[in-house]
Write a protein that binds this ligand. Structure first.
Ligand code: ADP
Ligand code: MG
Length: 203
């Protein structure tokens, strides 16, 4: 969460620019605000315990829901809330990561009813979850996350030529083609941050 907050802050202007082209230009600011609030609350001793992965994800989910706003807040919030329910260990395992990824996608789809190809964050999360499943036998958390993050980045890149049929970008119809979906891009950044953290490369 800390690495994600740092990396999203660094990408804030890029995300804002993408959302300026196909939306209302608030995605970078929304995500920066939300993840900064998550990091603050994770440090707050007055809040419920954060001893398991599930507890951390639950706090992150409720914080994102109440601070990100827009379409992305409830979508990320639902993803992390679903993921929080499938793991209650203090550490991550390869199979736990796969379950979390699957639960996250289910949450995003349950909330937003988008499928792959509609130019949304599903275009990053769906291939990421599938790649995680294929990498599960590696039994190494960083390997599973890396497979997921690479697939998310490729999926996000692949949204560039697509015409949006869900969310605010769909109002632009054909004019939404030619720009990467901001939510798919932020999803790829967050999953890449998970790899950085799992590999211990973060500060
Ligand atoms: P808003 O569109 O309300 O301004 P944001 O700019 O924060 O919200 O987030 C926009 C992102 O939300 C999009 O780039 C897209 O990835 C995602 N999104 C929007 N609608 C949906 C949906 N129905 N399903 C999945 N993702 C969606
Ligand atoms: Mg927006």
């Amino acid at each position: 969460m800390q690495t994600a907050a740092t990396d999203v802050r660094a990408a804030r202007d890029e995300l804002t620019e993408l959302d300026r082209r196909v939306g209302d230009g608030d995605h970078g600011v929304n995500m920066d605000r939300g993840l900064s609030a998550v990091v603050e609350r994770l440090d707050d001793p007055a809040l419920p315990p954060r001893e398991t992965v599930g507890q951390v994800l639950r706090l992150a989910a409720t914080t994102l829901m109440s601070t990100v706003g827009g379409a992305a807040g409830p979508l990320y919030g639902t993803a992390l809330l679903r993921a929080s329910k499938v793991t209650d260990r203090p550490d991550l395992s390869a199979s736990g990561v796969v379950s979390m990824m699957e639960a996250a996608v289910e949450g995003i789809v349950a909330r937003g009813h988008a499928s792959v190809g509609e130019k949304t964050m599903v275009d990053a999360w769906q291939p990421a979850a599938e790649a995680a499943e294929r990498a599960e036998d590696a039994e190494d958390v960083a390997d599973v996350l890396r497979a997921a993050a690479e697939a998310a980045a490729a999926g996000a890149e692949a949204t560039v030529p697509l015409v949006a049929t869900k969310g605010r970008a769909s109002y632009l119809a054909e004019r939404s083609a030619g720009t990467q979906d901001p939510g798919a891009r932020s999803s790829a950044i967050i999953l890449a941050a998970a790899v950085t953290a799992a590999e211990g490369r973060d500060a």
